[in-house]
Write a protein that binds this ligand. Structure first.
Ligand SMILES: [Zn+2]
Length: 195
């Protein structure tokens, strides 16, 4: 089996290895002791938009940058075992998670598993048949408003019993048109350290 992407990735990695230098000596815990939770969107590069180098910080990514159960698991490990002291929740404008709701996703999957098409308003399957009903039993953590989703996620993390009160959680929306991080003041407020 050959894949163009596979070859490109291996070739890029060979170059990376050549310039790897002293990075093999980095410590496991993140040196700058912070964590970013953000969306998997291909236009976002947290290393670039937040100025990270290897070894600096934890970056947790998923669809939407949501504070899902598995995100909580990673955050708790990030602090409890690896010493991070400040956390960022960063959602972004024009997120794909705004373009569907749970029922739409489950309906598409129930019909067919191949990539669906979006016409700017709604989704449709290019072929039919061979789908699966399991999508009805998953919460997809879609987003209606970026600001609200950041506030919700910061609150969920802040209120989680395994998250200590002394970790500040900052809430931001990344603007895909400018690359700027805009603070969601209500989220940062909700994420302030407790006493
Ligand atoms: Zn997104």
């Amino acid at each position: 089996m050959s894949s163009e992407i596979l070859e490109e990735v291996m070739s890029a990695n060979a170059k990376y290895v050549n310039g790897f230098g002293e990075k093999g000596k980095l410590a496991l815990p993140p040196a700058r002791r912070f964590t970013i939770l953000t969306c998997m969107d291909a236009r976002l590069d947290p290393a670039k938009y937040a100025g990270l180098s290897e070894g600096d910080a934890h970056v947790i990514r998923n669809a939407g940058g949501r504070a899902s159960d598995d995100t909580i698991r990673s955050l708790v490990i990030s602090h409890k075992l690896l010493g991070t002291l400040e956390w960022f929740v960063i959602h972004h404008t024009n997120c794909g998670m705004e373009l569907f709701c749970d029922d739409v996703m489950a309906g598409l999957l129930e019909d067919n598993l191949a990539t669906a098409a979006f016409d700017g308003k709604s989704w449709s399957n290019p072929r039919h048949g061979g789908g699966c009903a399991a999508g009805h039993f998953i919460k997809w953590h879609t987003i209606k408003s970026q600001e609200e989703s950041v506030i919700q996620d910061v609150r969920r993390i802040r209120e989680h019993p395994l998250v200590p009160a002394n970790i500040p959680i900052y809430g931001y929306v990344y603007d895909v048109k400018t690359g700027r991080l805009d603070e969601v003041a209500k989220a940062t407020e909700a994420g302030r350290c407790g006493t």
